[in-house]
Every structure is written in C-alpha cells, then in structure tokens.
Design a protein around this ligand. Structure first.
Ligand code: LMR
Length: 396
C-alpha cells in the first residue's frame, strides 16, 4: 500500500509556521499565516469570547449532534452580520445559512455543490488569490480559471483588466470575489466598482461566490459589508462563505458558514436541501463550540457592543503597523516606495518582495514571509519593527 508513496509538497502557508516554531532564534518574526498578534506578539483570546465560554460552560446541557446546517440561532446571527438587521433578504427569507467548519469548510461544501449540481461550471479566481482556493476547488472536482486583479505597476486594483476578464467568463460559471480585505493583496474594489462588477455579472450570467473572511478588519463590521450590499442590489443569487476566525479570533474553533441567497424563500430552501447532502457526505454536521460562542456574544447587546470595540482594537492596531512599517522603512533610507501598504486593508499586503528576497529574510534573519511576498501586517509589532525593516533594507 505505502511503498511507492512520495512525500507531499509542503503547504505554502501553514508549513512556514512549522518552520517558524522550530527556529531557535529568539528574535524570529512570523509574518506568514494570517493570524492576528497583539503588540506583544501573542494571539489573544478576546474578552467577549472568554465571557461567552464561561456562560456556555455553565449552561450547556448536551453534547448531542447539531443539525446538518448547524445551530439556527448562530445561522440567524450570521445573516444579520452579513446583511444588516431587518434587510429584505432576511425578512423575505431569501437567504439560507449552514454553519460550517470555518470559511474553508464552507468553500469545500460550495465546491462539492457545484461539482454535483453544475458539473460544467468553472470557478474564476482573482490573480492572485489565497493559496488554498485553487486546491480546495480542484479537490472538489471544480475547474479553476483566473481573472485579472492586481496592477503590479501601481500595487492597486487593475479595474479595467478585471472588467475585461469578467466579460470573457461564460454564462453559468462562478466567480469568487473577496468580500473585503483581499487575501493576499489587501486591495479591494470601491463600492462604485462593486456596483459595476454586479452589472457585468448580471450581463454575463455569472454567479458570484463571495469569500468573506475578514469582515470588520478594513473599515468596520458594518462598513465592510458595503461591497456585498452593492453586489446584492444587482445580483439576486449568490453564495457567501464567511468565517469568524479573524474577527472573533476563533481560528482553532473552525467557525464559519455557507449562505445562499436566492430569488425566493422556496428556492433558498431547495438549494439548502442540496447543500445539506454535501455536508452529510463531507463531515455530517458542524462542530458546535465556536458557533455557540458567536451566538452567545451576538445575542447579548452588551457583549456585542464590547465585541465591536475589540474588533476595532484589532483593526486599529493593524492600521498603525501599516503606517509604522512605511515610516520606519523611509526613516532607514529605503528608496523603494512602500506607501501603497498604507492604502491596503485587512491583515495582508503584497509587499513586492521577490521570492529570493523572502528566502534571504528567512535564512539570514528568521523572518517568515510567504514565498509570494505576501506579508501578514498583523504580525508586526512596535518591538519587532526595527529589526524587520533593517532586514528588509539589507535584502532589497
Ligand atoms: C491565511 O491566508 O494565512 C489564512 O487564511 C490561514 C490559512 O489557512 O491559510
């Protein structure tokens, strides 16, 4: 059985954390995996999460299975956060949500759904995109294509090229759009551009799948749904894969959701009946703990308000690091212009560092960055900034 098996290639993101942990250098810096670190370099458990866990520990009275689509209170909270309280999509029940193990699980379920119900549909991914998008959809048997996104000259969005790409997508295909805080570039369309994208998708007959893993990390929990809402003014049917890994810090609790928005309540529930089967054949029903935490916090007015503050703290710290990074490089006399990093949003930026420079940073300075040059800004701290910028200066 196993004699001829060859060693698998390392994961381009997660393997770096393994290397980082094994590195004995006390000054090592991890800017690879998208995990938030506070100013002391720790990945904290939010206060609201701690409080919710206390309540769950006291009140939980069963470890029986959740339904295949998870906890209904959680699913309702997911919709409220995505669309806003009282949104017509919620009141008309045009949306159906399944609790999934993180956004990754939601993406895989969506992939299985597409492969089963629309076997000819391809999925179009931004160039570049999260390193795991391709592999998830390919594993589900869905063919991946690329659409233009980043302008390498300006480090901004090449919106004309993106629109030109969309115009080539055949009817019946699916396009994956990042709801906000594009991973890996940190470059997002403006609300006006989202509206244009919506019009183009309607013209082309292309269905969006919105990967929404960073709500709250760009401008605010409510502000960050602006693009999605613009899209929904144009498009009646779409998929949303959302996650609470980043905005609740629930990384290891695998807390996400797949939401389907359809023409009518009846259509949404028909589609969800098919989604349910993909869940059953995959992992049967989702894990509970993270969903209970989210539902507990979001169902309690005071805890919810406190959580908004905690998310603002995460967002503000990341934005401060964006400024400090650019200023420190400038102060150290680095000529190359990194000011675009200030305009980018969320955890990541595409630094423009080459693979060779990234490898030098790893080998000589124990600074861990994904080969593509994507940096996790949330791994920068006031304490590691000087060392980081000195090292970058030396490899440029
Ligand atoms: C990332 O992009 O680093 C995160 O989404 C974590 C992961 O699983 O890759």
């Amino acid at each position: 059985m196993f004699e001829k098996v060859q060693i698998a290639p390392p994961d381009p993101i997660l393997a770096l954390t393994v290397l980082f942990k094994a590195d004995p250098n006390p000054d090592k810096i991890n800017l690879s995996v998208g995990v938030y670190q506070d100013a002391t370099g720790k990945t904290p458990v939010l206060e609201t999460v701690k409080e919710a866990e206390k309540r769950i520990l006291e009140q939980e009275n069963s470890k029986g299975y959740l339904p295949m689509t998870g906890e209904p209170v959680y699913c309702a909270q997911v919709q409220e956060l995505l669309f806003g309280e009282g949104n017509e999509i919620i009141t008309s029940k045009r949306a159906a949500t399944a609790q999934c193990p993180r956004g990754t699980g939601a993406l895989r379920v969506a992939g299985d759904y597409l492969n089963k119900l629309h076997p000819d549909a391809k999925i179009w991914l931004s160039n570049p995109t999260w390193a795991n998008h391709n592999t998830i959809f390919e594993a589900a048997g869905v063919t991946c294509e690329k659409y233009a996104y980043r302008d390498a000259k300006t480090n901004g969005l090449d919106f004309d090229a993106m629109c030109a790409s969309i115009k080539t997508i055949p009817a019946g295909d699916v396009i994956l759009l990042h709801g906000c805080c594009h991973n890996p570039t940190g470059i997002d369309p403006t609300p006006e551009q989202w509206a244009i994208i919506g019009d183009l998708l309607v013209e082309q007959g292309v269905t969006p799948l919105v990967d929404f893993a960073y709500q709250g990390l760009a401008d605010g929990l409510e502000e960050d749904r602006a693009g999605l809402l613009e899209l929904l003014k144009k498009v009646k049917q779409l998929f949303i894969c959302s996650s609470f890994s980043k905005n609740f810090g629930l990384y290891r609790e695998r807390t996400g959701a797949l939401t389907v928005v359809a023409d009518s309540a009846e259509q949404a529930s028909t589609v969800m009946s098919q989604v349910k089967l993909r869940i059953r054949y995959n992992y049967s029903n989702p894990p509970s703990h993270g969903g209970q935490i989210v539902a507990t916090v979001l169902s309690d007015k005071a805890l919810k308000a406190q959580w908004y503050e905690e998310v603002a703290g995460i967002r503000n710290r990341i934005n401060e690091m964006r400024h400090l990074f650019v200023d420190t490089l400038k102060a150290k006399g680095v000529d190359q212009d990194f000011s675009f990093i200030i305009d980018q949003r969320g955890m990541f930026s595409f630094s423009g560092l080459t693979k060779d420079q990234v490898l030098q940073l790893r080998d000589k300075y124990s600074i861990y960055i994904v080969d593509s040059g994507r940096i996790n800004v949330a791994g920068m701290t006031p304490d590691n900034m000087d060392r980081l910028c000195d090292a970058i200066k030396s490899v440029l």
